[in-house]
Design a protein around this ligand. Structure first.
Ligand code: ATP
Ligand code: MG
Length: 196
């Protein structure tokens, strides 16, 4: 005898309701958006819009300056609830100067530390921060300690490929975004309004 669709849905609802009732804790959450697929930074900026809609104050610190004319920067800089910082003196992948890149990442981290100590900031986005660990520009244990000591209701989103295991372990929510395919691989240019 097959169970009716209605019975199955009722069972499913009971399970979901139970999980919702069990999740009672309210606190700041640490998210990591990593992996090789597209959507790590843009998902974080989606949350920035969501947070602003709820009246939260938001800080964005970008650790790698890919380009200075992104749509998200142009838009969010017009929003009064947003502080926007581009790492250090604006290093890029092209600098080939390890010392300068390290200094720029450390300068960006100092800016981030100010926000991670400020309970008035409800959301901090540390965009492309994972590269700072990959290249040894920042000390991961020091960063983890600072994240752990942040204000209790503050959310943090860290983006970038190849997040280190210790960061994944410290995070509450980790999204590994996979690359099934990307238009760039088929020869499509990075398109304004879609890719930057
Ligand atoms: P987005 O900012 O679009 O969410 P992302 O943060 O996931 O992308 P990054 O690694 O930061 O990805 O890459 C920055 C740029 O490279 C963006 O223009 C993005 O669209 C593009 N990109 C992301 N993933 C891929 C991919 N798998 N292949 C080619 N280009 C990519
Ligand atoms: Mg990104």
């Amino acid at each position: 005898m097959s169970i009716s669709h209605e019975t199955r849905m009722q069972k499913k609802k009971a399970v979901v309701d139970e999980k919702i009732a069990a999740a009672q804790e309210e606190r700041g959450v640490l998210l990591v958006n990593t992996g090789n697929g597209k959507g790590k930074s843009s998902a974080a900026f989606g949350v920035v819009a969501r947070a602003l809609g709820h009246g939260l104050q938001v800080a964005v610190v970008q650790f790698v300056k890919g380009r200075s004319d992104t749509g998200e920067e142009a838009f969010f800089r017009t929003q009064p609830g947003v502080r926007w910082h581009v790492g250090g003196e604006g290093f890029t992948w092209e600098t080939q100067d390890k010392e300068r890149d390290a200094r720029a990442a450390q300068a960006a981290w100092q800016v981030a530390c100010g926000y991670l100590a400020d309970p008035a900031i409800g959301l901090v986005v540390l965009d492309e921060m994972t590269y700072a660990f990959k290249y040894g520009w920042l000390d991961l244990p020091e960063v983890l300690a600072k994240l752990a000591a942040r204000p209790s209701l503050q959310h943090v989103i860290i983006t970038g490929r190849a997040a280190p295991d210790a960061l994944r372990d410290a995070a509450d929510t980790v999204s590994e975004i996979g690359n099934e395919k990307h238009a760039f691989q088929a020869g499509v240019k990075a398109m304004p309004g879609l890719d930057w």
